[in-house]
Structures are given as C-alpha cells and as structure tokens.
Design a protein around this ligand. Structure first.
Ligand SMILES: [Zn+2]
Length: 73
C-alpha cells in the first residue's frame, strides 16, 4: 500500500524478449508489458501488481523505445 493513487507516466520503454519492460515509477522495479509494437502500448495504462506495488502507470504517447544491447552469446 505504498503506491500512490496517481497514474504516473513512463517515458522510457525497453524492448524485452516477449514484449516490453519499463521501470515502475512507483517502486522502481522492472515491470513487463506485453505488446506487439510500441504503438500498441503508447497511451495505455497498466497496473503494476507485483511486489505489492499496485501502482498505475501510463506509457506516454511520446515514450521512446530503448533497445537493450545484448551480450553476444
Ligand atoms: Zn511498482
């Protein structure tokens, strides 16, 4: 019950294997968002329900996609 009731917007989205990951602005843990393309998740609201967070986020319409560099296998 530490999360704010406010919906906090997220500006940075990272590509993940099956979707996207963002840093939850409430608890600063990484949360995963399912989606095909960044256009699908921009402007959408999600609740971070892990870690007892419960905070709501909104992916900004202007959120940018940061491709995470992977170490060569
Ligand atoms: Zn959180």
């Amino acid at each position: 019950m530490s999360a704010s009731d406010k919906i906090l917007s997220v500006e940075h989205v990272h590509a993940d294997g099956w979707g996207f990951s963002v840093e939850c602005p409430h608890c600063h843990a990484i949360m995963t968002i399912q989606g095909q393309g960044i256009e699908d998740i921009q402007g959408e609201q999600y609740q971070h329900y892990l870690n007892g967070c419960g905070g709501w986020i909104e992916v900004s319409n202007t959120a940018t996609l940061d491709i995470e560099l992977k170490e060569p296998a």
